[in-house]
Design a binder for this molecule. Structure first.
Ligand SMILES: NC(=O)c1ccc[n+]([C@@H]2O[C@H](COP(=O)([O-])OP(=O)(O)OC[C@H]3O[C@@H](n4cnc5c(N)ncnc54)[C@H](OP(=O)(O)O)[C@@H]3O)[C@@H](O)[C@H]2O)c1
Length: 218
């Protein structure tokens, strides 16, 4: 199974402003992301991204099939009126929760038409989730679309094969703004994963799209 993380960030490494605005990519770059989605079996996001952006995670800007949408949501907080749950009967949607989710919320999410996978006692056990996506669902290509906390978990567990980062010619600033990778972080740079720059693309909007392969060192 191939796991790709894709994100757009400002020059100062923010993927959203402190108040939650994450409109960073140009239309050209969004098209590339939709193409990437169309070539993926599943797209995975964290619950804070759903609460902040209320995304659809579908393929709209290019022709192609929608990936299965997966939300990492330990407590089952995904709102009934979110775009993901409202369209769960049309586009396959999976909520990955943990033992922290109440039976009531699990049932509520299932009633909305989404599947619920339980993995982990506290946070969602991402390793177990990805293993289920591979072995039980037969998925071969997984696209992780953030946010920063989920990116950290996936990178820290050594699960990512590829990291694609768009650098937009903007600065967000703000010490509370979400960065590309959050989590606890490493004490030494050498402890973190190492990347190999495989390709660089420039968009008409002056963005750089960096395609990194991830060295497996965990
Ligand atoms: N520019 C971009 O490309 C881009 C892409 C995506 C998102 N964003 C922005 O990023 C921001 C959200 O990012 P974020 O870092 O705050 O949150 P996030 O990664 O979207 O979601 C994190 C949440 O997921 C849940 N979770 C459960 N198990 C987890 C695990 N093992 N590892 C990680 N998360 C787990 C936790 O909430 P529970 O404890 O409740 O389960 C956690 O707080 C938003 O402002 C959004 O707009 C930008």
């Amino acid at each position: 199974m191939k796991v790709t993380i894709n994100a757009a960030m400002t020059i100062d490494g923010k993927i959203a402003t402190a108040s939650g605005d994450s409109t960073i990519s140009s239309k050209d770059d969004l098209k590339r992301v939709h193409r990437l989605r169309a070539g993926s079996d599943a797209v995975v996001v964290g619950i804070s991204t759903v609460l902040a952006d209320d995304p659809q995670l579908t393929v709209r800007l290019v022709r192609g099939k929608n990936p299965v949408r997966v939300v990492v949501d330990s407590r089952g907080r995904i709102p009934d009126d979110s775009q993901l749950l409202r369209t769960a009967r049309k586009v396959r949607t999976i909520v990955a929760a943990s033992m922290q989710a109440s039976a009531v919320d699990v049932e509520r999410i299932r009633q909305a038409g989404a599947e619920v996978i339980l993995a982990g006692n506290e946070a969602v056990d991402i390793k177990a989730l990805f293993s289920a996506l591979k072995k039980k669902m037969g998925f071969k290509k997984i696209l992780v679309e953030g946010g920063g906390e989920l990116n950290w978990s996936v990178l820290n567990l050594g699960l990512a094969d590829e990291l694609i980062v768009t650098i937009a010619p903007r600065v967000a600033g703000g010490r509370l703004a979400t960065t590309l990778v959050e989590g606890d972080g490493y004490d030494a740079i050498s402890q973190g994963p190492k990347f190999r720059l495989a390709r660089v693309q420039k968009t008409r909007a002056g963005e750089l799209v960096l395609f990194y392969k991830v060295g497996k060192n965990t």
